[in-house]
Ligand binder design. Structure first.
Ligand SMILES: N[C@@H](CCC(=O)N[C@@H](CS)C(=O)NCC(=O)O)C(=O)O
Length: 236
């Protein structure tokens, strides 16, 4: 069983979609980032960067204590290696997938995140910031479009690179991206969102987002165990 600490955002959806694709049993534990749950000391012990998503694998392959992992890229690489799926194991093919995993983690996600912030959430419109991130989003969508030319998925076969990247496209309305300008991205996105596992992953936990904050007993049960295993892993 895997505990998934998450909220319905692009980064959260990456992990619920991967868990569905891999058919791994998991439980959604809502971390309401609008309410500040991500800053509780208990959650910070699992995810020191104070961001969702994070997981705790209650049954790691080494049969050791529960294993906490934060950062969506690290989580998907871990899950792919745990199951032997969605990540090729020949050096050349794995390197290519990793290039696009890192491209997403360092470029596509962060730049679109900033664009969404300045378009929708900044207290006042700042033209320079919106222009800078809109230009960068256009450049990155263009790169993705060229990579998808003649390919069904980012590196040919369906991998974690697709699962890490596509959830950002589902939030294109907030970013004010006209997907028709990137026809290969549009075709790829349509194929992605038609996958049954993607549909399940996008809706995972949808009955739980308004859950009340955890009481002290639940916090102790979930987090102290994760924190203890994280601390021992760090020392080890
Ligand atoms: N690089 C991180 C980014 C995680 C991230 O930014 N998560 C956002 C939601 S999409 C969050 O938790 N925000 C809470 C906050 O800003 O306080 C990952 O991929 O896991």
């Amino acid at each position: 069983m895997i505990e998934l600490y998450t909220f319905p955002t692009p980064n959260g959806h990456k992990v619920s979609i991967a868990l569905e694709e891999l058919d791994l049993p998991y439980e959604v534990i809502p971390i309401n980032i609008a309410r500040g749950d991500q800053l509780s000391p208990e959650f910070l012990a699992i995810s020191p960067n104070g961001r969702i998503p994070a997981i705790v694998d209650l049954e790691p392959a080494d049969a050791g204590p529960p294993l906490p992992i934060f950062e969506s890229g690290a989580i998907l690489i871990y899950l792919a290696r745990k199951t032997g799926q969605l990540l090729p194991n020949t050096p050349r093919a794995e390197a290519e997938v990793m290039e696009w995993v890192m491209w997403q983690m360092a470029n596509f996600g962060p730049m679109l995140g900033q664009l969404g912030h300045f378009r929708r959430f900044a207290p006042e419109p700042i033209e320079y910031a919106i222009g800078r991130y809109a230009d960068e989003a256009d450049r990155l969508y263009g790169i993705l479009d060229r990579q998808l030319e003649g390919r069904d998925w980012i590196t040919g076969d369906y991998t974690i690179a697709d699962i890490l990247t596509a959830p950002w496209v589902s939030f294109r309305g907030i970013h004010e991206i006209e997907i028709e300008r990137y026809p290969n991205v549009e075709r790829w996105w349509n194929a992605f969102q038609e996958r049954p596992a993607v549909q399940r992953g996008l809706h995972a936990g949808s009955d739980r987002w308004a859950a009340p904050p955890m009481d002290a007993g639940e916090k102790a049960r979930r987090f102290l165990r994760g924190a203890a295993s994280g601390a021992s892993a760090a020392k080890g």
